[in-house]
Write a protein that binds this ligand. Structure first.
Ligand code: SF4
Length: 71
């Protein structure tokens, strides 16, 4: 529970937008598993505590696992 932080829909991965970078006025459906049944139409500047940051759009923070050399 503690790891839930409030965030804006425009930066949330459940914001069903086709835009890579939705803005405040964009309206899209919230697809959060517990909220999707309500078919909420939310705007970019809305938000809630189920926020989870979008991953696909962050600037390539994929990290190679460190090579371990064991003898
Ligand atoms: S209402 Fe919450 S879960 Fe849904 S898109 Fe907005 S921040 Fe994400």
């Amino acid at each position: 529970m503690a790891d839930h932080t409030w965030g804006n829909c425009k930066g949330c991965r459940f914001f069903n937008s086709h835009n890579a970078q939705p803005d405040d006025s964009e309206v899209a459906q919230c697809t959060q598993p517990e909220l999707v049944e309500f078919q909420l139409q939310v705007t970019g500047m809305s938000g809630c505590k189920e926020f989870e940051a979008r991953t696909g759009v962050s600037s390539g923070v994929y990290q190679e696992p460190e090579a371990t050399t064991m003898h």
